[in-house]
Design a protein around this ligand. Structure first.
Ligand code: DOR
Ligand code: ZN
Ligand code: ZN
Length: 436
């Protein structure tokens, strides 16, 4: 019997070696990987000569905005940016407007996302001011809960001991990770100078807040996933406590690729939280990836409008787009010999699937979901103007990359083809992505 689609004569990666093979897709799943000449008959064929066939990336830290913040991004533009960047699954953060704090909030997001999706979308919930008000009805449709020290998400809360313990108890009860934004700065502090700003969001504060969460975990259990680790000292603390299930951690491309002084002097282009750190911190993050102390690399795609970014640093909004640059940047490291295929595939595909329970995703093998990107090796420069995302200002502007996703397939459906979207909104992708 003929399969639905054959990706023919592409370069696949086995361990740290590449081979020329074909990938067959049927009913949204990978049917098999075949030697040239032994492929099954197929209703459609995509010729992939000289192109890589890789699992689509799973980006588990994305702010898709929409609803009352749709001038920054919406589920259509955010998931189109994902597809253009080789990302086939995104997980949306709860610090939206309205924030994701109840089943009704989540249902509103799911309905919008279903109508506008181009890739798979999963969700995290926030934890309300009173953790005992956590809406348990959300549990089947979320992949974890995210907590911030203080944010518009839940007004006037900080990481007090009882709150940390209560949040971890929720994680322990349901077995999903508690994603923490590690920062111990005071909720009322409004920095008036750059010095104050960097003091407020220092590495000492990052590591101290993780230490307190680890103490709380020691008492009540639960799973911690540390978001956007940015400091060498935090890497060391994670390394001491790292455990397959109970402590996992992520790093972001901006902290890996950008470091040093000067970024704060222009405007808000490079303003993000946690802030950019020193070259020493960045190189410690790369080492941590190699040692598996850092499990995954995520974009922390946090779009804002041009007006909000083009302001003096202290007044500008925090957050940068990343969905269209994460995969090309990391593949550039692989193709130039600084990162192995095994490390890349773990950080961007298989480890995020494992941590968040997406058991049918993240691997290019028979029986897995047919979420695939096809990549061309060619040199170009990062150009914010060409982003599909509404957010087009990036501190990575002009950086050279040598890999470009040219086709993106989601659940067996070709979504993105050479700069064009070949299906409409709401056709491809599962929403919400659930644990499998
Ligand atoms: O820079 C940031 N922007 N850090 C965060 O933690 C939140 C994010 C946002 O939502 O804009
Ligand atoms: Zn965060
Ligand atoms: Zn974030």
């Amino acid at each position: 019997m003929a399969v639905d689609l054959l990706l023919k004569n592409g370069k696949t990666v086995i361990g740290d070696k590449t081979a020329t093979q074909s990938v067959a897709i049927n009913a949204g799943k990978i049917e098999g990987i075949y030697k040239i000449g032994s492929e099954p008959a197929s209703r459609e064929v995509i010729e992939c000569e000289n192109l890589y066939i890789l699992p689509g990336a799973i980006d588990t830290h994305v702010h898709l905005r929409d609803l009352k913040l749709s001038e920054k991004e919406d589920f259509a533009t955010g998931t189109m940016a994902a597809a253009a960047g080789g990302v086939t699954t995104v997980v949306d953060m709860p610090n939206s407007d309205p924030p994701t704090l109840s089943r009704a909030d989540l249902d509103e997001k799911i309905a919008e996302a279903q109508a506008k999706r181009f890739v798979n979308i999963g969700f995290y919930a926030g934890v309300p001011k009173k953790p005992s008000d956590f809406d348990h009805e959300m549990v089947p449709d979320i992949l974890g809960a995210k907590v911030y020290p203080h944010s518009p998400l839940v007004k006037r809360v900080s990481y007090t001991k009882p709150r940390m313990e209560a949040c971890l108890k929720i994680s322990a009860e349901y077995g999903f990770p508690l994603l923490i934004h590690p920062d111990a700065s005071s909720p009322s502090a409004m920095p008036e100078s750059l010095d104050e700003y960097f003091h407020l969001h220092s590495c000492e504060n990052e590591v101290e807040s993780l230490r307190r969460f680890l103490d709380a975990q020691n008492k009540v259990g639960g799973r911690i996933h540390v978001c956007h680790v940015s400091c060498a000292s935090t890497v060391r603390l994670v390394e001491e406590h790292r455990a397959e299930e109970s402590l996992t951690a992520e790093a972001c491309p901006h902290h890996l690729f950008l470091s040093g002084d000067g970024f704060e002097n222009i405007d808000g282009t490079a303003k993000i939280l946690p802030p950019l750190r020193s070259p020493y911190d960045a190189s410690s993050l790369w080492d941590a990836i190699r040692r598996c102390t850092i499990d995954i690399v995520v974009s922390d795609h946090a779009p804002h409008t041009e007006q909000e970014k083009h302001l003096p640093f202290l007044e500008a909004a925090s957050g940068i787009p990343g969905l269209e640059t994460t995969v090309p940047l990391l593949l550039t490291e692989v193709l130039q010999g600084r990162l192995s295929w095994v490390e890349y595939l773990r950080c961007c595909c298989s480890a995020p699937a494992r941590i968040f329970g997406l058991n049918d995703k993240g691997v290019l093998a028979r029986g897995y979901d047919a979420d695939i990107m096809i990549v061309s090796v060619e040199e170009s420069g990062i150009s914010g103007e060409s982003f599909v995302s509404k957010a087009k200002i990036t501190p990575l502007e002009g950086r050279r990359i040598v890999a470009r996703p040219v086709k993106t397939i989601v659940g067996g459906v070709l979504v993105y083809d050479e700069g064009k979207f070949v299906v409409g909104r709401g056709v491809a992708g599962r929403v919400p992505v659930r644990k499998t």
